[in-house]
Design a protein around this ligand. Structure first.
Ligand code: COA
Length: 373
């Protein structure tokens, strides 16, 4: 038997040609490219193509993707009805999970797990994710959803459909960078969950739905919402030091900080921090960035723990005026790409994922009939 590793830390659970972290250079390599280096050079759509199809697109391929995304952004009436009927208190991640699952009932290719069909389904889901976020948000406020605008990019449509007005170039650029940084990150919990489901030869919608479930928790994608709540709770940079010390003393986790893989800083953070600070300075309110920096100073000094990408994403989204419960669903609107590539890869070289465990229960109990218990 292999050695037991709590949390599967250090366990190699599969092979993948999609991404890896190079720890020597602290670089996230996606399909051979330095992902962070791409953030100011390409659109999210180009990175989506890269992840799904293996290399950056030609102009023709990008046009093809853009046309398909535009054609697929609208939600079917059954899914709109689910979003409309959902309680206004439902968390947008629950709406996202339910809507993606419902799309699996409707998609005519849902049972087809061939690579070609899975790629088509991945693009259809990707197209619809911003529409799900915005429609759920607007229904919860008693508003009608807005139709997507075919002249806008993925990042722009997301902001446009939430707010009802076209985003500024700086807002669109900030969203584009965050979506690129959120696309793909190896065998993280949600990707692994999606791969486990795919390894049973379940279809793409089933596996993505599992990924969304795993991303919801505050130790994973939900950390961007939890991090922002914490920054608000701290309230001023001067309070950050004592706040962090108090949490550490109580053995509580500081949200948006720490990482299983990175031990000397998340490679995606500098790029997202720069975006977040630029937005904050332009908005004339740098307090959230300053609080996060103060938390970082204490946490690095006390524990050697650095922020992960969820912290700068959180204050960037907040500065853009995005409601906090939409932060993790926005992560989904990007990570669908990574999950889908992993699901396809899992299907291609599949062996069912089924680890062993150490039994800690009782043995040898004797049966007593119901009347005697
Ligand atoms: N705040 C305070 N302490 C933290 C911490 C955090 N955010 N992250 C890790 N630590 C501490 C642990 O308490 C532990 O300390 P100890 O050795 O004194 O007991 C040590 O660092 C190792 O942490 P560990 O729990 O083994 O890390 P992990 O790999 O199991 O967990 C995370 C990784 C990401 C789940 C963890 O860092 C975390 O919960 N972070 C907050 C949530 C978050 O931001 N998630 C998004 C990740 S992208």
């Amino acid at each position: 038997m292999a050695e037991y590793s709590p949390g599967l830390a250090g366990v190699i659970a599969g092979e993948s040609a999609i991404s890896r972290i190079d720890f020597d250079s602290n670089t996230l390599i996606v399909r051979g490219y330095d992902l962070v280096d791409l953030t100011d050079k390409v659109s999210f759509e180009e990175v989506a193509w890269l992840i799904l199809y293996g290399d950056l697109p030609t102009q023709g391929q990008l046009d093809e993707l853009t046309t398909t995304l535009n054609a697929e952004r609208e939600l079917p009436p059954q899914v709109l009805a689910i979003l409309l009927e959902a309680p206004s208190t439902a968390h947008p991640m629950a709406l996202m999970r339910t809507a993606v699952s419902a799309l699996g009932m409707i998609d005519t290719e849902s049972q087809d797990i061939s690579k070609e069909a899975s790629l088509r389904k991945a693009v259809r889901l990707l197209a619809k994710a911003p529409t799900i976020i915005a429609a759920g948000h607007r229904y919860a406020q008693g508003l009608e959803p807005l139709a997507p605008d075919p002249g806008l990019s993925h990042a722009e449509n997301l902001l446009y459909m939430i707010f009802g007005e076209k985003p500024s170039p700086s807002a669109a650029a900030a969203m584009n960078v965050s979506l690129i940084l959120y696309t793909e990150h190896g065998f993280n919990a949600s990707t692994f969950a999606a791969r486990v489901v795919a390894s049973t030869l379940a279809d793409l919608h089933a596996a993505v739905t599992a990924g969304i479930g795993a991303l919801t928790g505050p130790l994973h994608g939900g950390a961007n919402e939890a991090a922002m709540q914490m920054l608000i709770d701290i309230g001023s940079p001067e309070r950050a030091h004592a706040y962090v010390l108090d949490l550490l003393a109580r053995k509580q986790k500081i949200m948006g900080f720490g990482h299983r893989e990175y031990k000397s800083g998340d490679s995606r953070v500098p790029a997202m921090k720069a975006v977040g600070r630029r937005l904050a300075e332009a908005a004339g309110e740098t307090m959230w960035v300053d609080i996060a920096d103060a938390v970082e100073a204490t946490l690095v000094a006390e524990k050697g723990i650095f922020p992960n990408v969820d912290t700068p994403c959180a204050y960037a989204y907040y500065t853009l005026g995005i409601p906090i419960p939409l932060f993790t669903p926005i992560f989904v609107a990007s990570r669908i790409t990574g999950w889908s590539a992993h699901i396809i890869e899992q299907h291609e070289g599949n062996r069912i994922l089924r680890p062993g465990h150490i039994y800690t229960g009782l043995e040898g109990k004797s049966f007593r009939p119901l009347a005697e218990r």
